[in-house]
Design a protein around this ligand. Structure first.
Ligand code: GDP
Length: 441
């Protein structure tokens, strides 16, 4: 899978950080050094890595990470935010004109990058959006490319316009636009010719098309498996013909991910889509935030949120949030939370989607882990659950007996409870501070 090795390395770095509890500035520095190594091994552009680590380091010092309650988590949060920034922060769509006008998209890229396949994939996406695309075969050097476009176009149920190999690409493009106008098609996608390497002829041809035709979007297709070569290709194309966005293909086979992490920072051009396989449906919109989550092994937080929204009583959740903020929650609320967790599919399913929880597949944990805790809480009187401070040593003994556990278990639970209450209080102070980004962590 994409990013596997980078992901594994980063997760190891963070596992060490988390296990430390308190961190010194040296710990953070050492961890960031490892992050740097991991990024370089993933073939991320050297300058990009240098800036990345510098920014995280500066932010870590600036935000007084070392004095926070969870310094390890704070560092991970910063790395996550900077990864998102690196990949462009927001999702960029292919800009289309209104449906009653024709949008012209020029696809370009080196031979073998996946241009022709991607052209057909994009046509499928546009069709799904209710557009009527026309594919234009402008690669006059490879009859096989024209044939491939026809086959793929047919699979997508999209018309392919071709004039064979004896006309100039710019003339084919012009004729295709006229054809689209006459046939009520509103997006023309030009599949241009690639070369094995960047060369003057290819650039000249693309420039000629751009000079003679109103191109709305110039999209470059690059093979992510070529790493920094892909980044250099993107840089050159952008300098010569100005591109509006990049599509990264073959991310499904790219365990390193260096191109995905560098292209935006090096060229300033957004990644629009990523190719995740050979099938015509294997094209995914590029979400920088979801990609960062994947890289950091933070699981599918979005799915978790969607699930929570579907299962949790919103009023109760708001009430609970208020209690958390004021650190007023008690053992009754704790029981309520265990119930909610069970409703959301049980602890294992939730942990699997939680940030920072790379769960081993054979993890043997189920909701029974709460049984002991529940038994202790049920042995308390309702007053005690509401105010654990009432529980004196003799009551502790009785509670332990009632729950069938050792008194040490009762002490532990009460202590943990007091600690989390204290932590909530400090966190709520932190969250209401300046600079908090909503919606992350
Ligand atoms: P072009 O020369 O740039 O037009 O490249 P093609 O569209 O002919 O693609 C070259 C090869 O890459 C073909 O075998 C495609 O099936 C394959 N390919 C394209 N995109 C992807 C992708 O996202 N993932 C994988 N695994 N293969 C891809």
């Amino acid at each position: 899978m994409a990013f596997d090795s980078l992901s594994e390395k980063l997760q190891n770095v963070f596992k060490n950080l988390r296990s430390k509890g308190r961190l010194t500035e040296e710990d953070v520095k050492a961890a960031l050094k490892e992050v740097k190594m991991a990024l370089l091994e993933a073939d991320v552009n050297f300058k990009v890595v240098k800036n990345f680590v510098k920014t995280v380091q500066e932010r870590a010092v600036g935000q007084d990470v070392m004095n926070s309650l969870t310094p390890g988590q704070m560092v991970i949060k910063l790395v996550n935010e900077e990864l998102v920034n690196l990949m462009g922060s927001e999702t960029t769509e292919i800009a289309l004109k209104p449906s009653n006008e024709i949008t012209v998209i020029m696809m370009c890229g080196l031979q073998g990058a996946g241009k022709t396949t991607t052209t057909a994939k994009i046509a499928g996406k546009l069709k799904q959006k209710g557009r009527r695309p026309l594919l234009a075969a402008c690669d006059i050097y490879r009859p096989a490319a024209i044939e491939q476009l026809k086959v793929n176009g047919e699979k997508q149920g999209v018309e392919v316009f071709s004039m064979g190999t004896s006309h100039k690409p710019v003339d084919i493009a012009k004729a295709a636009i006229e054809h689209a106008a006459a046939h009520n098609e509103n997006v023309v996608i030009l599949d241009t010719a690639g070369r094995l390497h960047v060369d003057e002829d290819m650039m000249g041809e693309l420039q000629e098309i751009k000079e003679n035709i109103d191109i709305d979007q110039t999209i470059l297709v690059v093979d992510s498996m070529t790493g920094q070569d892909a980044v250099n290709v993107a840089k050159t194309f952008h300098e010569k013909i100005e591109i509006d966005g990049v599509i990264l293909t073959k991310l499904d086979g790219d365990t390193r991910g260096g191109a995905a992490l560098s292209i935006r920072a090096v060229t300033g051009c957004p990644i629009l889509y990523v190719g995740m396989g050979e099938k015509l449906s294997d094209l995914e919109q590029f979400y920088p935030d979801r990609m960062a989550s994947r890289i950091l092994g933070m699981g599918d937080v979005l799915t978790l949120i969607e699930k929570a929204e579907a299962e949790i009583d919103q009023d109760k959740a708001r009430e609970m949030e208020k209690k958390f903020r004021k650190a007023e929650f008690d053992f009754n609320d704790f029981l309520e939370q265990i119930g909610q967790m069970k409703k959301m599919g049980g602890i294992k399913s939730i942990l699997g989607m939680m940030p920072g929880m790379g769960l081993p597949a054979d993890l043997d944990i189920d909701d029974d882990v709460f049984k002991g805790t529940e038994a202790i809480i049920y042995s308390m009187t309702p007053e005690e659950r509401g105010n654990p401070a009432l529980i004196n040593p003799s009551r502790k003994k009785r509670i332990a007996k009632g729950a069938g556990v050792d008194i040490a278990e009762v002490n532990k639970l009460i202590k943990q409870f007091e600690q989390s209450r204290k932590m909530m209080k400090q966190m709520s102070g932190m969250m209401s501070g300046k600079g908090k980004k909503k919606g992350r962590f």
